[in-house]
Design a protein around this ligand. Structure first.
Ligand SMILES: Cc1cc2nc3c(=O)[nH]c(=O)nc-3n(C[C@H](O)[C@H](O)[C@H](O)COP(=O)(O)OP(=O)(O)OC[C@H]3O[C@@H](n4cnc5c(N)ncnc54)[C@H](O)[C@@H]3O)c2cc1C
Length: 508
């Protein structure tokens, strides 16, 4: 027995891409149905900082920062190279139209916020070009608020939204939901998971899903199905099958969310996949419960491997940091820093942030009065760690990191506070202790492998023919940026553009 539902457009998932696609469809008058597997809407997109790399739009024009589609095209090509050139072009040339459509709805407004692009390459914006949805008062979100996934710190505790305005990805998701609701053409079902795609005469005409009470739904979609249900980040066997570095429990996606369901359903009906083993990597602060916290904006301390030696520029953008960890292949890494007068405060943003006492009790952090004692606690040779710290302090005094060039790129200093007596704000010496070593693991913000798609987000077979009726966006689709993370907001920006293009293709 199953319940039958009909709609024009079926959207699987409720992240930034899914909801942009749903809004584009509903705003065009199509009867739109969104399915979300978990009880809360927004996925990892809700956890995010909400930075959206949509270049050359009216928002950058309003901020008068000198961005343009041409400049973004140049930058993307320089960073990503010849990979997926057609999709690169479709992306940059469509970004302005996406923002225009979204901002036409009174619930959505963006602003530019400084956050540097991640690579030194032609067309780079040193202060960045990413935009954010404006923060929003909970009262303006109304009844939808309790359906929006709260920020990561609160959500992992099972707590509701903290008091105050919703920012970051919560603002983006809330605004997209309000816009979607305002069309009067949408339904959003939570605790309803896609299980299979329905194919008739080689065309995807809908999907089977399981609802909250275990009930089976048979959903027919007259115009098409958009799968935007995240990647495989939370499924360890699927990660293993791709030799994906890092562990599912260290990934930052919400518990119980992205286990590759949509990718697997598409593969079962003939979709091709690519970019095996690729993710939006980042370092993670190992947490007492065995999970990890997204570590971004390291402004102090130094990273050492299991031999007690540095091996990277600790101020690198997080994806490059993660990739340096993979390349180096150290079994263990530690961020070594000095405690402040008020105790151990890790010199980085850590999302979520866990109290130092809990770390020290669990052993994810250790603390000692001397470098030699600290070395013993993390089982590295004391003289090696001592030399590493002394050399680092020497670099801090001259302002030049001769090994890894920390502080030479504008990004490196973006999170640092200038200190008058330091020649290089990214290099702070470790002088008096006590010293702390925090265990750092490889984490990710989602995986980038997934189904192969064309410029209109059509899902492709191995022979390059599209599977009629099936479209993919976000981390369900293989990223056009390959092994690169060009700048803040590329995951969300690309997800939103290709979801929009999918709906435009359904309408044509
Ligand atoms: C702390 C943090 C900060 C970040 N900051 C940024 C940022 O500022 N800018 C940026 O671009 N990126 C950022 N990222 C990365 C970004 O959030 C993700 O890579 C991106 O949101 C993934 O989008 P998505 O739509 O693919 O997946 P998600 O947003 O995770 O949405 C997928 C949804 O699909 C649902 N789903 C899964 N399976 C099914 C199924 N079978 N049926 C129905 N629904 C299903 C999931 O439950 C989930 O809700 C950040 C990530 C984190 C953790």
């Amino acid at each position: 027995m199953h319940e039958s539902i009909e709609c024009d457009v079926l959207v699987i998932g409720s992240g930034g891409g899914a909801l942009t696609g749903a809004f584009a469809a509903a705003e065009a008058g199509l009867d739109t149905l969104v399915l979300e597997k978990t009880p809360l809407l927004g996925g990892t997109s809700a956890y995010s900082g909400g930075a959206v790399w949509l270049p050359g739009t009216a928002v950058q024009d309003r901020a008068n920062i000198g961005d343009s589609t041409a400049k973004a095209r140049e930058y993307l090509r320089a960073v990503v190279g010849d990979y997926e050139v057609d999709r690169q072009e479709a992306f940059v040339s469509t970004a302005p139209a996406v923002v225009d459509l979204l901002e036409k709805n009174p619930n959505i407004e963006f602003e530019w916020r400084p956050f540097p692009d991640y690579f030194r390459a032609p067309g780079r914006m040193d202060s960045g070009r990413a935009i954010n949805a404006l923060d929003i008062e909970p009262s303006a979100v109304g009844d939808l608020l309790e359906r929006v996934r709260p920020e990561l710190d609160a959500d992992r505790e099972g707590a509701p939204h903290p008091a105050g305005k919703l920012g970051g990805g919560r603002a983006l998701i809330s605004r997209l939901l309000l816009a979607l609701e305002s069309t009067g053409n949408s339904r959003v079902l939570t605790e309803t998971a896609l299980t299979e795609l329905i194919v008739e005469n080689e065309v995807v005409v809908g999907a089977m899903a399981t609802g909250p009470d275990g009930k089976t739904l048979r959903i027919l979609a007259r115009r098409g199905v958009l799968i935007a249900a995240g990647g495989i980040e939370k499924d360890q066997p699927l990660r293993d099958a791709e030799s994906m570095p890092g562990l599912a429990r260290w990934s930052m996606a919400p518990q119980g969310s992205n286990t590759g369901d949509a990718i697997q359903a598409a593969v079962r009906i003939g979709a091709d996949t690519t970019l095996a083993g690729q993710a939006w990597y980042c370092p993670g602060v190992a947490l007492p419960d065995g999970s990890a916290a997204f570590m971004v904006g390291v402004r102090g301390g130094l990273l050492v491997d299991d031999a007690g030696k540095r091996y990277l520029n600790e101020s690198l953008p997080y994806d490059q940091f993660g990739r340096a960890m993979i390349e180096h292949g150290s079994e263990r890494s530690y961020l070594v820093f000095e405690a402040t007068d008020s105790g151990p405060v890790i010199p980085t943003i850590s999302i979520p942030s866990v109290a130092a006492d809990a770390h020290l009790e669990a052993g994810t952090w250790v603390m000692a009065d001397t470098i030699e004692e600290l070395a013993a606690l993390i089982e590295v040779a004391p003289e090696v760690l001592r030399n590493t710290v002394e050399q680092f302090n020497e670099y801090a005094s001259t302002g030049t990191d001769e090994q890894f060039h920390r502080g030479e790129d504008p990004y490196d200093k973006f999170f640092c506070r200038p200190v008058p007596e330091l020649p290089n704000a990214a290099l702070t010496p470790l002088k008096k202790g006590p010293y702390v070593a925090a265990r750092i693991v490889l984490s990710d913000l989602g995986t980038k492998s997934g189904v192969r798609t064309d410029v209109d987000a059509r899902v492709l077979r191995e022979d390059d023919t599209p599977i009629a009726g099936l479209y993919a966006a976000g981390n369900t689709s293989a990223s056009l940026s390959g092994s690169k993370y060009p700048g803040p907001g590329v995951p969300l920006g690309t997800a939103m553009v290709f979801a929009y293009r999918a709906v435009r293709a359904m309408l044509s």
